[in-house]
Design a protein around this ligand. Structure first.
Ligand code: HEM
Length: 193
């Protein structure tokens, strides 16, 4: 993975979070409920930062993040080397070949996700939210899972916490998305906060 790209991924996801949450008032309402309850339930009113326990309790926030990562398909392909011949549906992938796994093909598959193009954080209710799986590879999967995944999720959570508890925003211009194949904002995304 190109390491300069690593700086781009979290900022793209933050843009997409603002866009998705802003376009879905019910999601914003549910997020605000979760984060305002955390502030209300604090015993120590001088506390300024988020505790680990509070972070772990942010279930709906994690659902919003997973849904944003699923739809973002920010990494359109990951690679694996075939160590021994593999038979799949009558074909043989010979040892030594490089295989490109295409997470968007799974993330947007109607057989795996109902209405896959719809932003619906509630689809994650009761699902595993922390690990990669055969149907969720936004941060890859297995022993080469993204080394920055937990850091990135923490960063997005803290961002969302302050966004929904302290700020209001509106879109000024832009926000269109293209995929070539990675997600891009061709006319940027400007908000007034
Ligand atoms: C927030 C957005 C990010 C996304 C969506 C993302 C996604 C991914 C994906 C899909 C892979 C390939 C995993 C695989 O082959 O199974 C990967 C690998 C990796 N990522 Fe991330 N990443 C993000 C942010 C970061 C950040 C911020 C860092 C570093 C601070 C980072 C460090 C790495 C490293 C070192 C690898 C290679 C791991 C290995 O091959 O063992 N990533 N990432």
């Amino acid at each position: 993975m190109c390491y300069s790209y690593l700086f781009l991924l979290p900022s793209k996801l933050l843009q997409l979070l603002v866009k998705n949450v802003g376009e879905h008032p019910k999601v914003l309402e549910e997020l605000a409920k979760e984060h305002e309850a955390i502030l209300r339930n604090r015993k120590n009113t001088d506390q300024s930062g988020i505790t680990w326990q509070e972070y772990k309790s942010m279930t709906f926030t994690r659902m919003v993040i997973n849904e944003t990562v699923r739809l973002a398909n920010i990494v359109p392909g990951i690679f694996r080397k075939v160590l021994k011949d593999v038979e799949i549906k009558g074909y043989t992938i010979p040892a030594g070949w490089i295989v490109m796994v295409c997470p968007p093909a799974v993330h947007m598959d109607r057989e795996e996700y109902d209405d896959p193009f719809v932003f619906n954080p509630w689809r994650w209710q009761g699902q595993e939210l922390n690990a990669g799986s055969k149907t969720f590879m936004g941060f890859g999967r297995g022993s080469r899972l993204c080394a920055g995944a937990e850091f990135s999720k923490l960063q997005m959570t803290i961002f969302l916490h302050y966004l929904v508890t302290k700020y209001r925003w509106r879109v000024i211009k832009g926000g269109d998305i293209t995929r070539i194949p990675a997600v891009m904002f061709p006319n940027d995304f400007h908000i007034h906060i």
